[in-house]
Design a protein around this ligand. Structure first.
Ligand code: NDP
Ligand code: 2IT
Length: 444
């Protein structure tokens, strides 16, 4: 039995109730065979056995009192997966679907994503099953303060630097930061995605969405294509989706649909992104309230049906496994030429296999959405230097980083026998740096 198969069997045995983590681990390990052929010393050093086991997993109680005086209890998580190449780094997700398996898959992916950025950040993720939807600002603040009252002892500017993810945006980061500062009595860049008045970086809000578009632009270039007049479907209408939509539109694309977990809005001539942004970011509305009724934009109830729309480019920016075999078949049949994963693991393995087989350009999450965490690392740099760069400076750095990631993935895919498969390229290129660092640091 091969080394990889043996380690995968151990992973399956040890984590039987964590399908998301198993999906991510399988998808990565299955592409790493050529790395171990090239580096037999990594097998001897047990690199893979150590790579699939988190360095530390923290699970804690988060008690808080709601607006009616009732005690509520949620569960908090931080998985510090790998610190071989830098301090732990990765977002926090507040969503009712959160449990240890989701946080582990996200932290595992984050190791390779962070490595691809070329910056020195290790992999982590955290969050809670708390649902900010429908809660008052006061309740969100109470929750965040309680969450940080435990988390503070596990994080720090040179130790572990959380950021946002689903359900965690500027408001939550502000409350978390305030509580950390109060408890620790230090002013340090312990979180990224901070407000501009207290150490945040220009462009962090836009970074994941913009970075996704810069990455897809590179993919399109490889086929002498660009965004001009391309019909684009984007799932979700959160942070990633909104800024992907804005940048794609700026590059000449036509955003024909966006969604939330209830339904989607659709207009073949292009939906009005500013109205979506205002409704979602400022007013916290549902997508069905985010268009002007006197336009030809229509609302439909089932969010999954968004992938049945005919489009040139598909950008899943909502949740995991939203594009399965059926959705992939519909996209391919309708002539879609490129898929860029803004969300983490939004396409199932079967869907990815179909895209690659049918020559649909496929940008895997750990590469295509790495612009967010890369800009977080730029925020950390600015905090350390106690300086701040202009929007243009950060944007230029981000563009270069996304281009470099694209070339790293593309070159690794060719060198290791996976031409045309950027997912394999991303896994290998990301893994090589981490494995080298782990090997050099001995068995720890
Ligand atoms: P937000 O909370 O800002 O937005 C999430 C969006 O996705 C909302 O429109 C939400 O709809 C929708 N959504 C969430 N869960 C589901 C679900 N189970 N089914 C259908 N729709 C769902 O989060 P982000 O935009 O930050 O994150 C979106 C994705 O991008 C996630 O996969 C995240 O991990 C990934 N990502 C985020 C980065 C960042 O910097 N923020 C960086 C890299 C990746 P509703 O309001 O109905 O819940
Ligand atoms: O999935 C991700 O890369 C993020 N949610 C961003 C993490 C970060 O630390 O900025």
């Amino acid at each position: 039995m091969s080394y990889i198969k043996r380690v995968l069997d151990i992973v399956i045995k040890k984590n039987p109730n964590e399908p998301e983590f198993l999906q991510a681990a399988t998808e990565v390990l299955e592409t790493l065979e050529p790395v171990f052929e090239e580096h037999p010393e990594y097998q001897k050093a047990g690199i893979l056995e150590r790579f699939v086991e988190p360095e530390r997993q923290i699970i804690f109680r988060v008690p808080w009192i709601d607006d009616y005086g009732k005690v509520q209890v949620n569960r908090g998580y931080r998985v510090q997966f790998n610190s071989a190449i830098g301090p732990y780094k990765g977002g926090l997700r507040f969503h009712p679907s959160v449990y240890i398996g989701v946080i582990k898959f996200l932290a595992f992916e984050q190791i390779l994503k962070n490595s691809l950025t070329g910056l020195s950040i290790g992999g982590a993720k955290g969050g809670s099953d708390f649902d900010p939807k429908g809660k008052s600002d006061n309740e969100v603040m109470k929750f965040c303060q309680s969450f940080m009252t435990e988390l503070y002892r596990h994080v720090g500017a040179d130790l572990d630097v959380p950021a946002g993810d689903i359900g965690v945006g500027a408001r939550e980061i502000g409350y978390l930061y305030g509580q950390y500062k109060r408890i620790k009595n230090v002013y340090e860049g312990v979180l990224t995605g901070k407000g501009l008045s207290y150490g945040g970086s220009l462009m962090r809000t836009e970074a994941t969405g913009y970075g996704l578009i810069y990455f897809v632009e590179e993919m399109l270039k490889s086929k002498n294509e660009n965004f001009k007049n391309k019909k684009i479907v984007i799932s979700g209408s959160g942070n990633v989706a909104i800024y992907a939509a804005k940048k794609a539109k700026e590059m000449g694309g036509i955003i024909i649909a966006m969604s939330d977990s209830n339904g989607y809005i659709h207009n073949e001539d292009g939906i009005d992104i500013d109205t979506v942004q205002q409704g979602k970011e400022i007013e916290r509305k549902r997508i069905k309230e985010c268009y002007l009724p006197n336009t030809s934009t229509k609302y439909a109830d089932n969010c999954k049906d968004i992938w049945q729309l005919k489009c040139d480019i598909a950008l899943p920016c909502a949740a995991e496994n939203e594009i399965g075999e059926n959705e992939a078949k519909a996209l391919i049949k309708n002539g879609c030429i490129a898929v860029g994963e803004g969300a983490n693991m939004p396409c199932t393995p079967k869907a990815i296999e179909l895209f690659i087989k049918n020559n649909v350009l496929f940008g895997p999450a750990k590469a295509a959405n790495a612009g967010g965490v890369a800009t977080s690392a730029l925020e950390m740099q600015q905090n350390s230097m106690r300086t701040s760069w202009t929007f243009e400076e950060v944007d230029n750095k981000l563009k270069n980083i996304m281009k470099n990631i694209y070339y790293k993935c593309s070159q690794a895919s060719e060198k290791y026998g996976f031409k045309g498969n950027l997912l394999a390229g991303a896994n290998i290129a990301g893994f090589l740096k981490v494995a080298e660092a782990m090997y050099a640091q001995g068995v720890v």
